[in-house]
Design a protein around this ligand. Structure first.
Ligand code: ARG
Length: 444
């Protein structure tokens, strides 16, 4: 009887890297490979085709799992509640799909009795951390393998040679110079010419969004209706959350809205230049925030901003299944209880502007806000309010201005900044030029 091999569940995409992983795990680790393909709304050549590729590359089985509804309802919905943007810019496209895919990898490992789970990430990115942190939190007994991090196929030609030697199908089309990851929420594009932070992204990196210059000359209005923080109607037509995301990707994309070009701090300590397009997601976050501005009590709104940062950083860093992230989710749920209402968006040549908002739970009070005759605000109360509100800093100012005190104790303008002290004291724009020249001389 043939010896029973141990099994490994591999996150499979259909690309050359993960196809080589299948073979590698067989040849180098002597394992039977179960491939798992997650449909999270990415562009693909046909999932049946991807499955056949996995089997042809040597997988024992290939599971294709449609994760789109769960991804929308349990992942994107939470990201929206948190208005999630890492470093205030990146709506966490890839960071959101990894924990869901990990969940399915662990489920498959249990189903097939696999001791190992594998992924095809490199050793330099965030995704390896997200997969491994998620898998470990879901089942600490599973052992993780990362062939791409370990093998010695360092260049694309080396990898292609290895693939051909081992009977792996190599794509005939010229490989894209970019590394791309995409899903329902958007697309991440890196590498190639983008590695020069000064180089403008070439037009052809974008596929979900039109070039704003070529977008329609007429603006388009969209009304989004939310219940408990989740959008469920677009222009009065009811849709699932998944349906709303698809529809908004289409509309926002057509108007060239949702592109991001940024320098990002990866968890592994590297700054990288990243381009994204997140048409529907960015429009949703903008609309969602606008409704919160109307409905949330001031202190809750302000406190929530800090919690949003904490949520985004935790999820970016692979902490989806962590107790911190779950605790913040509870806070978010509480803030969304009355977040029902409608927001009107205007799309036009690369922009998306909130032009109206309304809610039964609106805290906007016309009588308090107006400068007209209907004004109900008590102007006389402001005087006493200001007296007490400024009492602490007034006490400070009086103390520091005691006779003989040096001006820099209380006069901000006298406090020396880099251009107002020392060599560059009293500099003009010529002085600024000197500072730049000095910096360049240091670097030369
Ligand atoms: N920098 C982004 C992140 O860490 C995108 C990663 C996308 N992965 C890729 N293979 N292109 O979430």
């Amino acid at each position: 009887m043939a010896e029973q091999k141990e099994k490994v569940v591999l996150a499979y995409s259909g690309g050359l890297d993960t196809s080589c992983c299948i073979k590698w795990l067989q040849v180098e680790n002597n394992l039977d490979v179960i491939a798992v393909v997650g449909d999270v709304g990415q562009e693909h050549e046909g999932l049946e085709k991807v499955k056949q590729k996995a089997l042809k590359s040597g997988a024992l089985e290939c599971l294709v799992v449609d994760m789109r509804d769960t991804f929308a309802n349990e992942y994107l919905a939470k990201a929206l509640a948190a208005n999630a943007m890492y470093e205030n810019k990146y709506p966490l496209v890839s960071a959101l799909s990894r924990p869901l895919i990990s969940k399915h990898l662990v489920d498959a490992a249990h189903k097939f009795g696999a001791k190992y789970v594998a992924h095809g990430c490199t050793g330099k990115g965030n995704d390896q951390v997200r997969f491994e942190a998620s898998i470990t939190m879901l089942d600490p007994s599973i052992e993780i393998l990362a062939p791409v991090r370990e093998w010695d196929l360092h260049t694309r030609p080396e990898e292609i040679d290895w693939a051909l030697e081992h009977g792996i199908e190599v794509p005939v089309t010229k490989a894209s110079p970019y590394s791309i990851d995409d899903n329902l929420w958007g697309r991440a594009i890196e590498c190639g010419t983008l590695e020069d932070p000064w180089a403008e992204p070439p037009a052809d990196i974008y596929t979900m969004t039109a070039d704003p210059v070529e977008a329609p000359d007429q603006p388009e209005y969209v009304e989004l209706t939310f219940a408990r923080g989740l959008p469920y109607m677009i222009n009065g037509n009811q849709k699932s959350f998944l349906g709303v995301v698809y529809a908004l990707n289409e509309i926002a994309g057509k108007h060239g809205y949702g592109r991001i070009d940024m320098i990002e701090n990866r968890l592994v300590g590297v700054k990288s230049r990243e381009c994204y397009e997140v048409p529907g997601g960015l429009a949703l976050i903008q609309a969602h925030k606008a409704l919160e501005d109307l409905v949330l009590e001031r202190e809750v709104l302000h406190y929530k901003l800090g919690m949003e940062q904490a949520w985004a950083t935790a999820v970016y860093n692979g902490q989806w299944f962590s107790p911190l992230k779950e605790a913040i989710d509870s806070f978010m749920v509480s803030t969304q209880r009355c977040l029902s209402g409608t927001v009107k968006l205007k799309f036009y040549k690369g922009s998306c502007t909130v032009v109206g908002r309304k809610s039964a739970y609106s805290l906007y009070d016309y009588a308090l806000a107006t400068y007209d005759k209907d004004d109900a605000f008590d102007h006389t109360a402001a005087k006493g309010f200001i007296q007490l509100q400024t009492l602490s800093t007034k006490t400070w100012a009086a103390n520091r201005r005691q006779e003989g005190a040096p001006a820099e104790l209380f006069d901000a303008e006298k406090q020396a900044g880099p251009l107002t002290k020392g060599k560059y004291e009293g500099v003009t724009s010529i002085g600024v030029k000197a500072v730049i020249e000095e910096a360049e001389a240091v670097l030369a």
